[in-house]
Design a protein around this ligand. Structure first.
Ligand code: FAD
Length: 502
């Protein structure tokens, strides 16, 4: 350590973001001299509804050294193999966005191009979901954990988790405290800044206690206590593309054994999530208050949940968008304080995880270099914009015109980046992954096809292969996926056998 090293890291907020940051930072940056302090207020509480995730969460848990079965028990978690979308392209439509790849490419030609050609030739291709191991297992309510290097098709299962975000935060608190993080209960009343540099020097709790730091991690939720209230960083509002601004959350009892997937059902001015945990079903209705009032949104939710309500419906409000700079001065914002994109593809917890990993890659000295800070902000912006575009696709690619809401999102001008992607798809069904985009080709294929956006024709390269041989190979793949999925245990059987069921 030298005199310019950061020795004092202060995390403000103890929701999912705060405890994820504390667990990761105190594991990898502790050197005996560096202190980690987390301040949270029981009186303020947390949002605590984040329940569905995407596969990279597994690498975050592995990075922390968590045992997966213990983690599932502690968080009452289940496996997630993808998302079923209902009523999105048209009312009555249903499609599955699975994790993982579709089929196997042949002679370097993307599988989906072979499938598009088979459909164009009028062959017996079946649905594209039948060529995904995750989607076949999900539709049968089954699960198998892929073994590394295994030859079996089970190794093609990609998965994430559903879990109780409050329990996850509590679990990570134990991890972080075990690694030396000091938790302070109290409400931050003032933020002190250096009169010359403008950097934050300390936070002051109600009652007058001051906690000084070199680097502050703002995990204070939507209020952005440091990044916005103290530093006035600014917020970029994306409501014109994503007009959802409220959610009603309502847990219910589990009516049956939990299925291993999330369901997103579109309604008149938004959509409803259904997230199965081991002990309850998480439900919520995300909607736009410009097009629907809270009373109607609550009624629609109550009319469409399975199981018995376990609490009163709870309303949450948000503005879709991102902080102009996720890192400003010596404050790095993570979680809701850095921005929010509706949970349609379960990306918020991933944005926290990615912010933490990016902070590791660019961990600064006390004299923070603008180059490192700018690189962090550039990377986070790119990620947020990629996620934003992919979410907008679900609205833009609709044929629904039954409400003013659906007509608005169908007809709105999409960001140029998305328009370009949709155009390339419409021509020859091509998808190009730019930079380190979060959502890879299969995700775009799933949503485009699922919402009836068909390319004018398939890639002419696919015509170079013998149609009979391709049809034969596809029939074999399809049969293999089905047979493999049928042989798996149900998700509940799997969790019980693994000792991961509470
Ligand atoms: P919070 O949970 O709000 O925590 C803020 C913390 O700051 C609390 O500990 C609070 O006590 C503390 N605090 C605030 N002010 C002070 C103060 N003055 N003094 C001291 N402490 C203070 N994410 C997903 O990945 N998947 C999902 O399915 C998903 N669904 C969601 C659905 C909805 C409707 C919403 C709104 C969010 C959803 N999210 C989802 C996002 C997810 O809930 C959050 O990203 C995650 O919980 C992180 O929240 P947070 O820790 O940033 O903020």
């Amino acid at each position: 350590m030298n005199g310019n090293d950061i020795t004092n890291v202060v995390i403000v907020g103890g929701g999912t973001a705060g405890w994820m940051a504390a667990a990761a930072l105190s594991k990898y940056l502790a050197d005996g001299r560096r202190r980690f302090t987390l301040v949270e207020s029981d009186a303020i509480g947390t949002v605590g509804v984040g329940e569905a995730t995407i596969p990279p969460i597994r690498s975050f848990n592995q990075m922390l050294g968590l045992d997966e079965n213990k983690f599932l028990r502690e968080t009452k978690g289940t496996f997630k193999l993808g998302i079923e979308f209902v009523n999105w392209g048209k009312q009555g439509d249903r499609y599955f966005h699975p994790f993982g790849e579709y089929g196997q490419d042949l002679h370097g030609i993307s599988f989906h191009q072979l499938w598009l050609r088979e459909v164009a030739l009028g062959g017996q291709a079946g649905g594209i979901h039948e060529y995904s191991m995750s989607s076949m297992a999900a539709m049968m309510g089954r699960f198998g954990r892929p073994a590394p290097g295994a030859q079996s098709l089970v190794s093609q299962i990609f998965y994430a988790f559903h879990f109780d975000a409050g329990l996850y935060a509590r679990f990570l608190r134990g991890v972080a405290e075990g690694q030396g993080t000091v938790r302070r209960e109290g409400k931050v009343a003032h933020v002190h800044r250096d009169s010359e540099s403008g950097d934050v020097t300390a936070i002051e709790l109600e009652g007058g206690e001051r906690i000084a730091g070199d680097l502050f991690i703002d995990c204070s939720g939507f209020r952005g206590l440091l990044i916005e209230q103290a530093l006035e960083t600014g917020y970029e509002d994306w409501s014109h593309w994503l007009p959802m601004d409220r959610a009603i959350a309502l847990p219910t009892s589990l009516p049956a054994s939990p299925p291993p997937f999330t369901r997103a059902t579109a309604h008149g001015a938004g959509w409803q999530w259904r997230i199965p945990l081991q002990h309850r079903m998480g439900n919520g209705h995300v909607f736009s208050s410009q097009y629907m009032d809270s009373e109607e949104a609550t009624r629609i939710l109550l009319d469409n949940v399975e199981g018995e309500p376990q609490a009163e419906p709870r309303e949450l409000r948000f503005v879709t968008g991102m902080r102009s700079k996720a890192w400003n001065h010596n404050v790095v914002s993570l979680g809701l304080s850095s921005g929010f994109i509706e949970p349609l593809e379960s990306t918020s917890i991933h944005l926290i995880q990615n912010g933490i990993q990016r902070l590791f890659a660019l961990f600064p000295d006390k004299a923070i270099s603008p180059a490192e800070r700018d690189e962090y902000n550039r990377g986070m912006r790119e990620l947020y914009e990629d996620v934003r575009d992919f979410i907008i696709l679900h609205y833009k690619a609709t044929q629904r015109d039954d409400t003013a809401f659906w007509r608005y999102v169908r007809d709105m001008d999409a960001p140029e980046s998305l328009t370009r992607k949709m155009e390339l798809w419409r021509l020859h069904g091509r998808v190009f992954r730019e930079n380190a985009e979060l959502f890879a080709m299969p995700s775009w294929i799933a949503v485009m096809l699922g919402q009836n956006i068909w390319p004018q024709r398939h890639d002419p390269m696919a015509d170079t292969l013998d149609p009979d041989k391709v049809a034969g190979a596809m029939a074999q793949m399809r049969a293999d996926y089905r047979r493999t999925a049928e042989a798996l245990p149900t998700q509940e059987q799997f969790l019980r056998q693994a000792g991961a069921w509470v």
